[in-house]
Design a binder for this molecule. Structure first.
Ligand code: ATP
Ligand code: MG
Length: 585
């Protein structure tokens, strides 16, 4: 410790919003270099390398081969797949001295595809699984929580290449199994959920989410069946259409001062009470106007109709539309459509065929025959008994409404879903032939015919794993690393002043090192009190803390388990052997 390049901090850094970030900075693992960009200090680098080793071992064990692409990449392949543009503000673009365009790689589908195309030409060469562990760059809109969402981060990305759909499925399952082994070893709590493919295109896709309240993803699980999905991927089953022959004709009514759903429902119950039950927010159809921001910068209006008891979930909406971003419609844009009456917007003016020409998509629950109270497009008026399919026809449906605790399970339709937060640690997906088609990756099949290759793409957040593991392995005193991840096996503290005590601690450290146990030895002398040393040991979080102190007079040292706090005295004479056993247990 007297030599180690580390300074532990007593106070929390003021830019750290989550425990793992606070502790990694305080314990001297990382330092911020720029927003979303971090330096690994020696302790941090050891932990990071342990994570990397586990990931690499499991990738090698499944039979994938490691290679390494540059991070600085030419523009052309990304233009061929349209991602140069689709990434919008999300990537770092750079120019060389001649003015040629480059990018810092955010993910490498293009490069892998082109390299396989470069070297392979026959079905006999396939399947092949290739991976790299490499630094990626994304200009994230909101870097946060230290290494959890960085602008520079390390990803393990692998890619599978097959000639048949069955082959792709097998490659996908092999990765899935390797990910389960990897994440079990890394030691955090996770769940495998159904996911959307996002900007990658393709079809089948699952995410490995670490279950953490500080995560930015929300997932749901069914109380009754095995359904688990990122809310972005939840599809609400459309109810059967309803008969509406007996439905009264739609009628516009005066509903003054009812621009919100609550005020409208209160007014309905006062002025137009129902006989069967009270009006609720779910009887109203709310029409939300947003602007779609395309990657090329153009803006397009969209109207979303959904039951009034639900809000639009921005992440779910953007998940459907990626790479398009969604922004609220501003006042000026709203005013540019004179038919839109704020607070009273209704389907009559919405839709590609209607007065505004604004595309009108509705929640899947708005099926034919359902009856709604909705805006009449006149200030202070709503229409009652507006029947979907009779009085208005939307341009289609969209999954934009929030998913809530207690919603019916979309899979078994018997149980209910419960929602929790998580953060994405891994993502596996079947890309299919999208990239191979765009970059013309074909091989000859058994019959000498050219066939397009089908691909899978699989990522793990290697640097993100460090804060994620820290998040699940700490207490009020500091970090408590799982053994395979810890920066050392044992932290030896020389607690006292006697030269004999330092000698014994030093010998024990040397014996442990000789037995293959990695040691942090706190040899600091002088003004550093035992109390400060213990605090640092707890903060740094090595799993076994050995104190060479007062007990030495009786021939014992104290061995403490950082996680459980359990202490035992061990005879100095065989301390190295006993501690080595504990470490290997
Ligand atoms: P997220 O949903 O968290 O933004 P993503 O879907 O953009 O992630 P992928 O493109 O699937 O991420 O990347 C593969 C893996 O890389 C992710 O599962 C995640 O663990 C990690 N990762 C992605 N973005 C970041 C980031 N900004 N910082 C750290 N790790 C990241
Ligand atoms: Mg992902």
């Amino acid at each position: 410790m007297s030599q180690l390049f580390v300074r532990t901090l007593r106070d929390d850094p003021n830019d750290a919003e989550v425990p793992s970030h606070r502790l990694l900075v305080r314990a001297g693992y990382i330092r911020r270099a720029a927003p979303g960009i971090y330096t690994w200090l020696p302790l941090g680098l050891r932990v990071y390398r342990n994570v990397e080793r586990i990931v690499r071992e499991e990738m090698d064990a499944m039979g994938a081969q490691e290679l390494q692409f540059p991070a600085l990449l030419p523009k052309e392949p990304y233009e061929a797949t349209n991602r140069w543009e689709e990434y919008g503000d999300g990537i770092f673009r750079v120019k060389d001295r001649k003015g040629a365009d480059y990018l810092l790689g955010p993910t490498h589908e293009e490069m892998f595809t082109l390299t396989v195309k470069d070297l392979y030409s026959s079905y006999k060469d396939l399947p092949v699984w290739l991976y790299q562990i490499q630094t990626k760059y994304r200009d994230e809109a909101r870097p946060r929580a230290g290494l959890m969402r960085g602008r520079e981060f390390v990803m393990k990305d692998s890619y599978s290449f097959d000639t048949t759909d069955a082959g792709l499925e097998a490659s996908y399952q092999a990765h899935r199994a390797a990910y389960i082994k990897t994440f079990d070893r890394l030691g955090f709590d996770y769940v495998i959920v159904k996911a959307t493919a996002g900007a990658m295109g393709g079809s089948k896709s699952e995410e490995f989410l670490a279950k953490l309240d500080v995560g930015e993803d929300t997932f749901v699980q069914c109380t009754n069946c095995d359904y688990a999905a990122n809310v972005e991927a939840v599809t609400v089953p459309a109810p059967a259409s309803q008969p509406y022959d007996d439905a009264p004709a739609a009628h516009a009514e005066e509903t003054p001062n009812t621009p919100t759903i609550d005020s409208l429902v209160a007014h309905l119950n006062k002025a137009f009470p129902r006989e069967d039950r009270a009006w609720t927010a779910g009887d109203t159809l709310k029409n939300v106007l947003v602007m779609l921001k395309h990657p090329d910068g153009t803006r397009e209006p969209l109207a979303i109709g959904l039951p009034g008891d639900r809000e639009v979930d921005q992440k779910r909406l953007e998940g459907q539309l990626e790479p398009i971003e969604v922004e609220p419609m501003n006042e000026a844009e709203l005013k540019s459509f004179p038919d839109l009456v704020k607070g009273y917007i209704g389907p009559a003016v919405l839709g590609e065929q209607a007065a505004t020409g604004i595309r009108f998509l509705v929640d899947p629950r708005v099926v034919e025959g359902t009856r709604w109270v909705t805006g009449a497009n006149v200030d202070g008026q709503h229409v009652i008994d507006m029947v979907a399919g009779r009085d208005f026809t939307p341009d289609g449906t969209i999954e934009a409404a929030e998913v809530r605790d207690g919603d019916t399970c979309p899979q078994c339709q018997e149980g209910f879903v419960s929602a929790a937060r998580g953060i994405e640690m891994g993502h596996i997906f079947q890309l299919g032939r999208k990239y191979a088609e765009a970059l013309d990756l074909k091989v000859l099949d058994e019959n000498g015919k050219l066939v397009t290759v089908t691909m899978g793409s699989y990522g793990i957040g290697v640097s993100r794993a460090v804060p994620v593991i820290a998040e699940g392995n700490h207490d009020e005193l500091g970090l408590c690393w799982p053994r395979e991840i810890a920066p050392a096996d044992v932290h030896v503290v020389a607690a006292g002043k006697d030269a004999a005590l330092f000698e014994a601690a030093e010998k024990l450290s040397a014996d442990l090192a000789a037995a293959g146990v990695t040691v942090i030895y706190d040899d600091r002398a002088g003004k550093i009190s035992p109390g400060v040393k213990f605090k640092d040991a707890e903060l740094i979080g090595v799993p076994t803390i050995v104190t060479v102190g007062r007990g030495l007079a009786d021939g014992v040292v104290e061995v403490k388990d950082r996680r459980t706090g359990e202490r035992q005295d061990v005879a100095v004479a065989d301390a190295a052997v006993r501690i080595a056993e504990i470490v290997r247990a």
